[in-house]
Design a protein around this ligand. Structure first.
Ligand SMILES: *Cc1c(COP(=O)(O)O)cnc(C)c1O
Length: 397
């Protein structure tokens, strides 16, 4: 069953719909575009729904988790999957819990404080603890000027400046740090970069890391160049150019035979597999502009509010109108689609041209599979939660 058909038939709205077959084929295509020495991890924070994690298993090499909560949840859902544990502000409890799990294969260390805490906690570990140092590299003036979000190349709480990385290398060579094994460098610097810019960034990260390793006469086994592959909400059919990216990573690896690269996309893997379906409750004209008020809103789908975009949608017309009063609507007009919250920020799509839209019609919002339900303020105004449906031909329920 296609997503629009399913959305048209649902008894209760709003609802999230996931196309797990589409997710699997997309992830398989991403994997196929990457060279052998590039590992693909999925950043679970983009969407940690259990069926989504499960659908990806076998198609990704592992999962990146950024909290003790994600760690426990992802491990319970895909117990055999390797995990990389990142995130700033790891607590002593989270560090202890992660050390007990053999599934945690990599630690992305964010600070010297964390390296000290990890070394102390790992002193009694029965196996070496493999770490990558997360670096916040200078990336050159304006290199990240156009990105949606920057986690590096400027002052941020993420990772370490180059001089702090040097300090960590000194610590790792000193007594008390024997249980930690340095594997390489991690850098997740930006979100929203197209393939060529991602490649330029990856090249800078690899060059910087190899020079660092050479200077300290250390082997460099791996470099994690992060996630942040662009997703264009203005063009639901556009995709990050994985073929070009994979080819570029292959060239980047060629002079470094012993090196493994790792990437950890979130949004670009799952954004396209999720949909938010709802119903138009009312259509109103306000000071010359048309507004459609839908059941639900940004407390279910916060993505457009956080990013300041219009979430792409299609109208699923419902011809039946059971009421004796007139049916409000708009034709051939830009319409602002808002939710049920009493705030002007509750906008899912602003001034979006529609051919026709009436109260009672259904709207199907695309690209709602990443940073959508899980980043939304569900409790605000105490509206009911949406339903969740997972379309999966492999598992018809
Ligand atoms: C959020 C995050 C990612 C994933 O970012 P996307 O933009 O969703 O691809 C990867 N790595 C780290 C460290 C992150 O914090």
């Amino acid at each position: 069953m296609t997503v629009p058909t399913a959305a048209a038939e649902l008894a209760e709205l709003p609802a999230y719909l996931y196309d797990l077959a589409a997710l699997r084929s997309h992830a398989a295509a991403v994997r196929a575009a990457l060279p052998d020495r590039v590992e693909l991890y999925y950043a679970a924070k983009a969407n940690p729904e259990a069926p989504v994690l499960t659908a990806l298993s076998g198609l990704v090499d592992g999962y990146e988790v950024s909290s003790g909560g994600e760690l426990a949840h992802v491990h319970a859902t895909v117990p055999d999957a390797p995990l990389a544990f990142g995130g700033p502000g790891k607590t002593p409890e989270e560090i202890a819990a992660a050390l007990r799990l053999p599934a945690v294969r990599r630690w992305h260390v964010e600070s010297e404080r964390e390296l000290h805490a990890l070394a102390a906690a790992a002193a009694t570990a029965d196996r070496p603890v493999d770490v990558l140092l997360r670096a916040n590299l200078p990336v050159g003036d304006g290199a990240l000027a156009g990105v949606a979000l920057a986690m590096g190349g400027r002052p941020t709480p993420f990772g370490m400046d180059p001089d702090r990385i040097e300090a960590c290398l000194a610590l790792l060579a000193s007594p008390g740090f024997e249980h930690l094994r340095l594997r390489g460098i991690h850098a997740h610097l930006a979100s929203g970069l197209p393939a060529d810019e991602q490649l330029r960034l990856a090249e800078r990260i690899v060059t910087w890391s190899t020079e660092l390793a050479a200077r300290h006469r250390l082997p460099l086994h791996e470099v994690n160049v992060g996630g942040g592959m662009a997703v264009d909400y203005d063009d639901p059919d556009a995709r990050f150019d994985w073929a070009r990216f994979g080819e570029g990573l292959g060239k980047l690896l060629a002079p470094h035979p012993g090196l493994t690269l790792r990437i950890e996309p979130g949004r670009a893997l799952t954004a396209y597999c999720g949909w938010y379906a709802t119903e138009v409750l009312d259509v109103k004209r306000s000071h010359g502009e048309d507004f459609a008020v839908v059941r639900g809103g940004t407390h279910h789908l916060r993505t457009p509010a956080t990013r300041g975009h219009s979430q792409p949608f299609t109208v699923l017309p419902v011809d039946h109108w059971p009421h004796p009063w007139p049916r409000p609507g708009a034709t051939d007009a830009p319409v602002t689609v808002s939710g049920q919250l009493c705030t002007p920020k509750d906008v899912l799509a602003a001034r979006t041209p529609v051919a026709a839209l009436r109260a009672g019609d259904r709207l199907l919002f695309a690209m709602a599979g990443a940073y959508a339900w899980n980043i939304s303020h569900h409790e605000f105004l105490m509206h009911p939660r949406p339903a969740f449906h997972y379309l999966d031909p492999a598992d018809p329920r």
